[in-house]
Design a protein around this ligand. Structure first.
Ligand code: AMP
Ligand code: MG
Length: 335
């Protein structure tokens, strides 16, 4: 299969929408990361998504809609707190998990009786969803286990020859995947995956006691342990190189890194003075924006071992920390 690179012109969006309506899948830009977009109501489309990604079929797909009004056929109820989160943070990088109706096939929900709903803010994504006229299932457009794609070139790297088309919408504004939350019947919000909408942002809506972090966000889930989100149990975001997170101040980190073998690389979150540095943004937002490109570049330069200085663990930093922790296979060194 030849993979066409499309632009975000009306004509190309119409062509991509046609592919989706006919049961195919296309690479779609969003403000978080690029997605692999297919008709969420069509089991065969979802199966194609899993096959293209090489993703385990019990790891559910997030369903994207353009407007909150389009949610009603897809879910049984929207609890008050979930509604308030949508009102505050959507369109935007937030996914809320709700009890699904039967029109969402098991192939899309990974066999679960719930579905994650997101309303993306990216203009191209919104135009594509409207043009397709169906809710769009879209996981990140990387091969399963690899860092998520934040440019059309990343998607081409992973998907060339596997899907009919990719829409090039430029770089993703946010750079990390959406914040995924579940909402219990009593309205308590649990963050299953941190993202650009932070714990603090959500607490500003629910109150501090109204939101908590699932265990898998900052701790390894042991084999056989029950997980709230299937994605937590899979290896993720990992380049081929061995990555370790190093906790410590700038000086301790520099001392630690200079004591390592000469072929090790260091990524120091803006510590420009470091030798062998992979340049990296300073604020958590900049780190989120650069993160996946950095993880991909680690493979491009053929690094075998990379020490990454541990980021802030609050605000958007928690999302960066969570992705790095998983890229590092939870290997943390205290310098
Ligand atoms: P991705 O599709 O790559 O953005 O990853 C989606 C993440 O959301 C994965 O970690 C999934 O396991 C999680 N997720 C999606 N839908 C659900 C759901 N219904 N219940 C729990 N977790 C979900
Ligand atoms: Mg993913």
């Amino acid at each position: 299969m030849i993979t066409r690179l499309l632009t975000s012109s009306d004509e190309d969006i119409a062509a991509a929408a046609r592919i989706i309506r006919e049961g195919g899948i296309v690479g779609m830009p969003t403000e978080t990361v690029y997605g692999l977009a297919g008709n969420a109501l069509d089991a065969d489309s979802s199966r194609k998504i899993y096959a293209a990604k090489g993703r385990p079929s019990d790891n559910p797909l997030i369903v994207h809609i353009a407007d909150i009004a389009d949610i009603s056929p897809l879910v049984k109820t929207v609890p008050d707190n979930a509604r308030r989160l949508f009102d505050t943070f959507s369109p935007g990088p937030l996914t809320v998990i709700l009890p699904k109706t039967d029109i969402i096939p098991d192939a899309t929900s990974g066999g679960l009786d719930t579905v994650g709903i997101r309303i993306p803010a990216d203009r191209t994504a919104r135009r594509l969803i409207r043009a397709a006229g169906v809710p769009i299932a879209a996981p990140s457009a990387n091969r399963s286990g690899s860092p998520s794609p934040t440019t059309a070139a990343h998607v081409m790297h992973d998907m060339d020859g596997r899907i009919p088309a990719v829409i090039d919408g430029g770089g993703c504004a946010v750079g990390v995947e959406s914040t995924v939350v579940s909402c219990s019947e009593d309205g308590h919000i649990t963050i299953l995956r941190p993202g650009f909408v932070s714990l603090e942002d959500i607490a500003s809506v629910t109150g501090e006691d109204g939101v908590s972090l699932a265990k898998g966000v900052t701790e390894r889930i042991s084999d056989g342990e029950r997980v709230l989100s299937p994605g937590m149990k899979y290896r993720h975001y990992a380049p081929d190189a061995d990555i370790a997170l190093v906790v410590g101040g700038k000086e301790a980190f520099e001392r630690f890194v200079s004591a390592q073998e000469a072929d090790a690389y260091a990524a120091g979150f803006g510590d420009e003075s470091l030798p062998r540095l992979i340049p990296y943004g300073l604020t958590s937002e900049e780190q989120a924006h650069e993160l996946f490109d950095m993880l991909r570049r680690i493979d491009e330069i053929g690094a075998k071992r990379v020490y990454v200085r541990c980021p802030e663990r609050s605000g958007v930093g928690l999302a960066v920390y969570n992705r790095l922790l998983r890229a590092a296979g939870f290997e943390v060194i205290y310098a």
